[in-house]
Design a protein around this ligand. Structure first.
Ligand code: 26W
Length: 786
């Protein structure tokens, strides 16, 4: 893009959009103007891509979450205009970096599942794959987190407050969504997904809920102002927040409404496009269309799809079901029982009775099939879609799904062997593994320009950005001192940048010459932030006993949001913050270790944390973390893993070598063996270090402000039998961490471990994952535009 055009575009949009001249523009106005300038530039290719895709077979990714983060920097980079825009702005005395920083993250997701969806749509665009993403345009993303006196507090995330430059409202494609008690509009906002080094522009279509009518004229005329807009508010509530608290009945109804809302809108949209080509002939529908359910959240799509075919298109039930069986695939992301969705059929009946009728018919077809295969009634119970007055969404997805996949090798094995074993026996061929991946554009090229430059220097081209397996070509430098020194000096530079950012965001000063040991992820008991915290507390006491303890100066960094209704997780946040305070207050120990809990962990924060890390903490209870993707982001930024045999950690160390990482703790088989006899109190009695740190929860050493949080944590460990084996893994953790500290002394050896992780990370590109989905489940091919 020519610089002159960029400059003119910025001035034009400042004028028409904000009515101002450059000299008066605020940063967010410049952000808008730059974004619109680029958007204008890609519109033609975007439309051409949509048209090209519509001619062939297409995949639809259905996801309740897309954790996109910021758009501007990534889009400029992927389009290859980053430097030009930077130059134009700097000629105008504007720092592009500052403009990037004012963009609100699009935080339309909770964690890994939502970020995976974001990586997937980016990879699909980069690969010219005909894939459209469907989701919800929540007007509030995941809550913003603050830390007040060590406690997590939450407030709304109004990410749309400055308007959102990147999406285009498509009024022509509005769909009407019917519930038995209300009818609303689903308004699509299309977000361009800009791939790296390609002309293709893919689409993420996010649905926003609006009322059919702005307000009730007669009520307003009667001066009943609140009543006049209550219908509108009720409609807008549907896309107002991501996963509203669903512990109460009203919250559950709202979530179910949300799921149906975007499922129905997406199905209607797909069917509308099909009809534009083939009229009411659905015989070849599944030849041209395939949909992927990102976990069970969009699974009601199956029933809505069948409903539309039967009720509106007059297709027979058996044909409709047969088409659905070729149309949908299902990805499972967790084996935690509480995350396996089940809906009370009374709610379904209340909101959409016809959907419940369809569900009964699908269930009947399933039961008939099982009876034909001579399953007895007792066995059939486990498969049923409707049982105990509940609709089991995973059963529906597996029965109808053309393929069922887990997200890492171990995870898929566990599904096959235990959780979904009965299904695996029934349909062995449906089960597949698709190990997760991450996009190297955002998670290396964009967030670590310095390391990217080194790689490009060594490999002689930037091809690795699109073909991450090329990183293997770096292996030949593994004994090259100069290369290793450059790598470590880049790491240092990124740590300095991270330290500056933490100072700015948290007002906390950390030493970039200390070892950065980082655990960043959603807060959950199974992820065991508590184990890490207890270890640190033990280290505190050991330094207290022996001020000369031979460890490198270390900064332990945590970042995590606790789900607002998840009391125990909030207790862990407070515990970590109290440990941080406790250590800071000790003039001796604080010379050696420091703990920082960064607030409001999100994608844009993550982009600063991964590159500035020395150690990646991935310490979930074996068998609980389906895959993890943060682990891959550390690896790609040349950081060794400290972790359990769980999720994708296993594949990570297979690639880069166990000797270049730190694997500790009970494995799935070990836990299987001890689970009935496990006695955490034994560890507490027998191991004085454990007793010492666990007792801080109740002996007044650390203060939870009389909330009862710490006593609850104490009980979780000792009275509720430590469900996540924190105490069982404590000593093994400690031993491994000691090895880390020991190895870190040998600078060259350490650099080699970092480097090995970098050159072995190629397989964890989401490009590889998307190609596998395309080849093995979706059967779609690249369709580059001319
Ligand atoms: C209440 C419904 C619900 C429950 C859990 C919604 C969302 C969740 C999680 C946020 C789901 C999630 O993020 N799972 C993660 O998916 C990643 C992508 O496959 C995996 O890498 C993680 O291991 C898994 O925890």
């Amino acid at each position: 893009m020519e610089k002159q055009r960029i400059k003119e575009g910025i001035e034009r949009y400042l004028k028409v959009k904000h009515g101002i001249k450059l000299k008066d523009a605020k940063d967010y106005e410049i952000f808008n103007a730059v974004s619109l300038t680029v958007l204008e530039e890609i519109i033609d290719n975007w439309n051409t891509t949509t048209e090209t895709y519509s001619k062939g077979r297409m995949a639809y990714y259905l996801s309740a979450e897309y954790l996109m983060g910021r758009a501007l920097g990534n889009n400029l980079m992927n389009l290859g205009v980053y430097d030009e825009v930077k130059d134009v702005l700097s000629e105008l005395n504007i720092d592009l970096n500052r403009i990037e920083e004012i963009e609100e993250d699009a935080g339309l997701g909770n964690g890994g599942l939502g970020r995976l969806a974001a990586c997937f749509v980016e990879s699909a665009a980069t690969l010219d794959m005909p894939l459209v993403g469907y989701g919800i345009r929540y007007s509030n993303g995941l809550f913003k987190q603050n830390i007040e006196n060590g406690f997590q507090t939450e407030c709304e995330d109004t990410w749309l407050k400055y308007g959102e430059a990147w999406s285009i409202r498509k009024d022509n494609d509005i769909q009407i969504i019917n519930y038995s008690d209300m009818t609303v509009k689903a308004v699509p906002y299309d977000v361009p997904i800009i791939g790296y080094g390609t002309k293709n522009i893919n689409t993420l279509r996010l649905w926003q809920c609006e009322a059919l009518r702005e307000f009730d004229f007669n009520l307003f005329n009667n001066q009943q102002y609140i009543e006049a807009v209550s219908g509108r508010n009720k409609a807008e509530d549907i896309s107002r927040v991501l996963y509203p608290n669903d512990t109460a009945e009203a919250g559950k109804i709202l979530r179910l409404r949300q799921q149906y809302f975007f499922s129905s809108a997406s199905m209607k949209d797909i069917i509308k496009k099909h009809k534009a080509k083939f009229g009411s002939d659905f015989s070849e529908f599944a030849k041209y269309n395939v949909a992927q359910l990102n976990d069970t959240h969009p699974t009601i799509s199956i029933l809505e799809f069948i409903r539309i075919l039967i009720d509106e298109e007059h297709v027979e039930f058996s044909s409709a079901l047969a088409i659905a069986k070729e149309f949908f695939g299902y990805t499972n992301h967790t084996i935690l029982a509480e995350a396996l969705e089940k809906w009370d059929i009374r709610l379904i009946d209340r909101l959409f009775p016809r959907i419940l009728q369809i569900a009964y018919k699908v269930d009947e077809a399933l039961v008939n099939e099982l009876r034909q295969r001579s399953y007895d009634e007792g066995a059939i119970w486990n498969f049923k879609i409707i049982a105990n007055d509940q609709m089991r969404m995973a059963n529906l997805a597996i029965y109808v799904g053309r393929a069922v996949n887990g997200v890492a090798a171990l995870h898929t094995e566990i599904l096959k062997k235990t959780e979904l074993n009965h299904w695996y026996h029934l349909y062995p061929n449906k089960f597949q593994n698709k190990t997760n991946g991450i996009t190297p554009r955002r998670w290396l090229r964009l967030c670590n320009a310095e390391l990217s430059e080194l790689i490009t220097d060594l490999l002689g081209s930037e091809d690795w950005v699109k073909n991450l397996e090329l990183l293997k070509g770096l292996e030949k430098y593994k004994n090259d001192d100069k290369v290793l020194e450059r790598l470590m000096s880049i790491k240092h530079e990124k740590k300095v940048q991270l330290a500056e950012y933490i100072k700015q965001e948290e007002g906390i000063i950390i030493d970039p010459n200390s070892f950065f040991d980082i655990q960043i992820k959603r807060l959950h008991e199974y992820k065991r932030q508590l184990l890490n915290a207890l270890y640190i507390l033990d280290l505190y006491y050991r330094i207290k006993e022996n001020p000369d303890l031979d460890i490198p100066k270390t900064t332990f960094i945590f970042g995590a949001k606790a789900f607002p209704g998840y009391r125990r997780a909030k207790g862990i946040v407070k515990f970590i913050n109290e440990i941080a305070r406790f250590i800071d207050n000790d003039s001796e120990v604080s010379k050696k270790i420091k703990v920082v809990f960064v607030h409001n962990y999100k994608v844009s924060y993550a982009q600063k944390l991964f590159p500035g890390s020395d150690l990646s903490k991935q310490i979930s209870t074996a068998g609980k973390e389906a895959s993890g993707t943060g682990n891959m982001k550390f690896m790609l930024n040349a950081t060794p893993t400290f972790g359990t045999y769980d999720g994708a950690n296993i594949e990570i160390v297979q690639e880069s070598g166990e000797h270049n990482n730190y694997i500790f703790g009970l494995r799935v088989e070990d836990i299987e063996k001890i689970k009935h006899s496990y006695d955490p109190k034994w560890y507490y009695r027998e191991n004085p270090s454990i007793k010492r740190v666990v007792d801080t929860l109740i002996n007044g050493t650390l203060d939870d402000g009389r909330t009862g949080y710490f006593e609850d944590l104490y009980n979780a460990l000792l009275e509720e039998r430590d469900q996540y084996y924190v105490l069982a893994d404590f000593e093994l953790f400690k031993k491994s961490q000691e090895q880390v500290f020991e190895d870190y002394k040998d600078k060259k050896k350490w650099a080699q471990k970092c480097f090995a992780n970098l050159y072995s990370s190629g397989i964890f590109s989401s490009d590889r994952t998307i190609k596998q989905y395309a080849d093995e489940i979706w059967y779609i091919k690249p369709a580059p535009i001319k």
